[in-house]
Design a protein around this ligand. Structure first.
Ligand code: NAP
Length: 276
């Protein structure tokens, strides 16, 4: 019943830099289930890595696309229309904010850095969904990647947190727009993972360590866990889910307070239920 066969389905995966990329963690199970995939990458330097990574996939399509460039986006979707003729799902795992926005206080964010982060990390989802939808004549599914800093303050995340908030709101509006056409749009909010993008965040090592120690499961998540949830959201496994932000963070997002050295034994409330 849960054996998903994606033979004959096609997908676009945006944002693979190397085997640690979240986009790759989602792409791998999609390809294993039989889907044919297109991969878009920014700049030629990534092509050799992608060629190597996708070497054993069924006729992968590789195409450059800087998501801030409308002509690049148009060319990408023209190629997909020509090569695939249709599209069933999109993985949007693209984000960028200038390094100084992570290092400096949020109040010092410049207009230019705000625009850049919003353009790459939030508007690009709208631009992609608008071009993907006409190719999803039989319905489809779009997944984007978010982070907890969309909802609450995470030190250093700053401008990217604001961009992720816009991304999650865009997910809901896109889901509303495209729902009547059978297209689902969801955000997957992942806990910290050691990727190239993560390395540009000042203090990421500390964030990673704390998330592992303090989460409900008392460990960090794995890329495979994010990949499996991405797979579910993109396929009929999550057929009734749209406009949603799904957390894969070992329960970290749902904790309202951290008490000193939390021993994970179920909290410090008095056994008799008194408020003392
Ligand atoms: P990653 O492997 O570095 O992937 C980020 C991708 O975004 C890279 O392929 C990068 O290409 C691409 N990109 C940046 N600017 C672009 C542009 N203008 N046009 C096209 N592509 C562009 O890191 P990742 O952690 O897997 O990130 C994927 C997504 O997951 C991001 O949205 C990130 O915010 C999100 N996320 C990550 C974590 C984490 O802890 N790692 C947690 C939650 C959410 P280049 O390599 O060419 O710059």
């Amino acid at each position: 019943m849960f054996n998903v066969d994606l033979t004959g389905k096609t997908g676009l995966v945006m944002g693979v830099t190397n085997q640690r990329s979240i986009a790759w963690q989602i792409a791998r199970p999609l390809a294993d289930a039989g889907a044919r995939l297109a991969f878009s990458y920014q700049g030629d330097r990534l092509r050799p890595t992608l060629e190597k990574l996708t070497g054993d996939l069924e006729a992968p399509l590789l195409a450059t696309c800087d998501v801030t460039d409308d002509a690049d986006l148009d060319a990408l979707f023209d190629t997909i229309r020509t090569e695939f003729g249709r599209l069933d799902f999109v993985v949007h795992a693209v984000a960028y904010a200038p390094t100084e926005t992570f290092a400096n206080p949020f109040s010092q964010t410049s207009r230019e850095d705000w625009r850049t982060a919003m353009d790459v990390s939030a508007y690009s989802l709208v631009a992609v969904a608008n071009r993907a939808a006409p190719l999803m004549e039989e319905g489809g599914s779009i997944v984007t990647l978010s982070y907890l800093a969309a909802e609450r303050v995470v030190p250093h995340y700053n401008m990217m947190g604001v961009a992720k908030a816009a991304l999650e709101a865009s997910t809901r509006f896109l889901a509303y727009d495209l729902g009547p056409r059978g297209i689902r749009v969801n955000a997957l909010s992942a806990g910290p993972l050691r990727t190239v993008a993560a390395r540009s965040i000042a203090g990421f090592g500390d964030m990673y360590g704390e998330a592992g120690k303090l989460s409900m499961l008392k460990r960090n998540i794995t890329g495979e866990e994010v990949g499996r949830m991405g797979f579910a959201l993109l396929t009929d496994l999550a057929g009734g889910v749209t406009g949603e932000t799904v957390h894969v963070d070992a329960g970290f997002h749902a904790i309202g307070m951290f008490l000193g050295q939390d021993d994970g034994e179920g909290g410090d409330a008095p056994a008799d239920g008194s408020a003392a």
